[in-house]
Design a protein around this ligand. Structure first.
Ligand SMILES: Nc1ncnc2c1ncn2[C@@H]1O[C@H](COP(=O)(O)OP(=O)(O)OP(=O)(O)O)[C@@H](O)[C@H]1O
Ligand SMILES: [Mg+2]
Length: 260
């Protein structure tokens, strides 16, 4: 059986007032794949995610999801179609409880609640909402904190909540923008464990700065530099690729130690 391409960027470019943040990127995510994107600060990684998820419209090129051209589909509809994401800076409502963050996310993106009166009177005791919220909290391991105000959570738990919010919408593809940023080593291990647990039945792309965190987690690694994809392949091969070492690690001498 041939691999099914689930998400694709075709010649995608984004120019901000003369600055090319993403340049002619061709990218394919295979169904069931866990893939990584690395690159130095300003390489264009988050902009690329924003193009895939619809926060930005490409200056040129197309985004295709399940063979459908979604280049002009707004971000909320892409979520409903199964494109989930988390942000580089955790995006949760601090003033709400853990449970209410999930209820809000589910009602916001479930077509039934798109009618305003249904949205505002959404009931957390509704079995559909309840099952999804509880299921997502259990998956990420924060169910015991469901009644706590989100402002009191550790940054690691906020990350887990954000992932739970994405998972509660039953995505087919999950895009995680620097899920390890700001976390302790123990918290990073927990998120790695979580990604390994949820990857069954999902396709995942993870943005990260350091290749070492992705070596054992992803099947495919793409390296961005100045808006372009300069390498795509097995993570181990990225580490030994001459061009990657030159532009990403600034190395001239191949014998020098790799800074992972
Ligand atoms: N909305 C915007 N308007 C103007 N320039 C932008 C905008 N968003 C990003 N850029 C610029 O595009 C380039 C790529 O930024 P981007 O945030 O995509 O990089 P990144 O690889 O995610 O970096 P980091 O690792 O620091 O998160 C940068 O030069 C950035 O300043
Ligand atoms: Mg970024």
């Amino acid at each position: 059986m041939t691999d099914q391409i689930i998400l694709e960027a075709r010649g995608v470019t984004k120019v901000f007032k003369g600055l090319t943040a993403v340049a002619e990127v061709d990218y394919r995510l295979i169904k069931g794949q866990v893939a990584g994107v690395i690159g130095p600060n300003g390489a264009g990684k988050s902009t690329f995610f924003n193009l895939l998820t619809g926060l930005y419209t490409p200056t040129e090129g197309k985004v295709v999801f399940f063979d459908q051209d979604i280049t002009k589909v707004p971000p909320d509809q892409r979520v409903v179609m199964g494109l989930g994401r988390t942000f580089q800076l955790v995006s949760v409502f601090n003033s709400l409880t853990v449970l209410d963050n999930l209820v809000l996310s589910i009602t916001r993106f479930t077509p039934y609640y798109h009618n305003k009166s249904k949205f505002f009177f959404a009931d957390r005791t509704n079995s559909f909402i309840k099952e999804n919220c509880i299921g997502a909290m259990e998956t990420v391991g924060i169910q015991e904190k469901k009644g706590l105000k989100t402002s009191g959570l550790s940054y690691g738990d906020k990350r887990k909540l954000e992932i739970a919010m994405a998972l509660s919408l039953k995505p087919k593809v999950l895009l995680l923008d620097e899920p390890f940023a700001g976390l302790s080593d123990t918290e990073i291990d927990e998120i790695v464990h979580l990604i390994n647990k949820i990857k069954e039945g999902l396709s995942i792309v993870i943005i990260e700065h350091k290749v070492s965190k992705l070596l054992n987690l992803v099947e495919k690694l793409s390296v961005m530099h100045e808006g372009r994809l300069i390498f795509e392949g097995k993570p181990q091969d990225a580490v030994s690729d001459r061009e990657v070492r030159r532009v990403y690690w600034g190395e001239k001498d191949e014998s020098s130690a790799i800074k992972c």
